[in-house]
Write a protein that binds this ligand. Sequence first.
Ligand code: ATP
Ligand code: MG
Length: 373
Amino acid sequence: MAGEGIMAGVRLDGIVKAYGAVQVVHGIDLEVAPGQFVVLVGPSGCGKSTTLRMIAGLEEISDGALSIDGRHMNRVAPKDRDVAMVFQNYALYPHLNVADNIAFGLRIRKAPKDEIARQVKDVGGILGLTDYLDRRPADLSGGQRQRVAMGRAIVRQPKVFLFDEPLSNLDAKLRTQMRAEIKRLHKRLGATSIYVTHDQVEAMTLADRIVVMHDGRIEQIGTPMELFLNPANTFVAGFLGAPPMNMIDARIVDGTDAPIAEFGGQRLRMPDLAALRNATGRDVILGVRPEFVDVSEGQTPDHIAIDVDLVETLGSEALVHATLDGKPFVIRTETMGRAHTLEQVSGFAVAPHLIRVFDAATGAALPGQVHDR
Ligand SMILES: Nc1ncnc2c1ncn2[C@@H]1O[C@H](COP(=O)(O)OP(=O)(O)OP(=O)(O)O)[C@@H](O)[C@H]1O
Ligand SMILES: [Mg+2]
């Protein structure tokens, strides 16, 4: 079957991209294990596509070293790198039908006719395109076109799959569906994949490991849950999660053994961190996930007052939009038949160990915080 036993690792050592005097990728180190699904995620312009295109050979590498399957690739032509790329705009041949689009790369390589026919049948079956093999791309839906583009990549049996925002031309429903299909496909083929997106939900759901990029640099690499629970800095904390982590500017007011932070006249117990002992007066940013707070009423020591201004009901869950110390604060909570009472919420409680504490000056997470809820 296509894809079996052809996995390869990919390694980037200090990869730099400069356009003339302007450097846009500033030295990326990344190791992708054979068979892994790695997602590069970050805001527009952070260098995701440029990095992917350097791996594909579509952009020259300005500095650093790229290897695929242990082989140095900097100067190897794209067609000899044994990678296949799937693009946002599908890049199908409009005058060829689905079968011929899928077979295109095999014909170029002069594969035997019966081999081509077998591959087109196999891959068409995997991708649910069996009934569409005679159609032209113009007569397909966006999702079907994207499947053809993937089929074309799969039949080449590349060592590495590269995806650049393959789903961003699809509507929300189709995107969710195709996301699951890509995941299934990866489970089935096990091929090394590097996938670029600016959509953090895609990153969270697809990745074995996520690489968060920002301004041409890597902010953090980890599994989706590692990044969700233990973001290394406020950038990662604010980028992953929907809605993202709430941030509160606070100051440590009591730095004895059970540190306490204050903001807008309210006080909150902090997690027990060495960095917060004897830290009275230290400015910090408190990260609180919308999912990690408890809106049950009652005055606990960890109760924080908020002003609710809007409740959005999503069905089984609701988003409670509030103001805390003059800034937005969002809570994500189960509705369980109390949607109408959520407007009356006056505050929340949060367990100290679920609060993430960042240095106010650098945005870096204080050391010693690891939790694995
Ligand atoms: N040919 C070029 N000449 C000069 N600068 C370029 C060129 N191509 C890209 N850049 C710049 O390099 C930076 C990274 O671009 P890149 O396309 O890699 O971003 P991206 O993360 O893929 O963004 P998006 O999510 O919008 O696709 C951007 O600031 C972009 O303007
Ligand atoms: Mg891009």
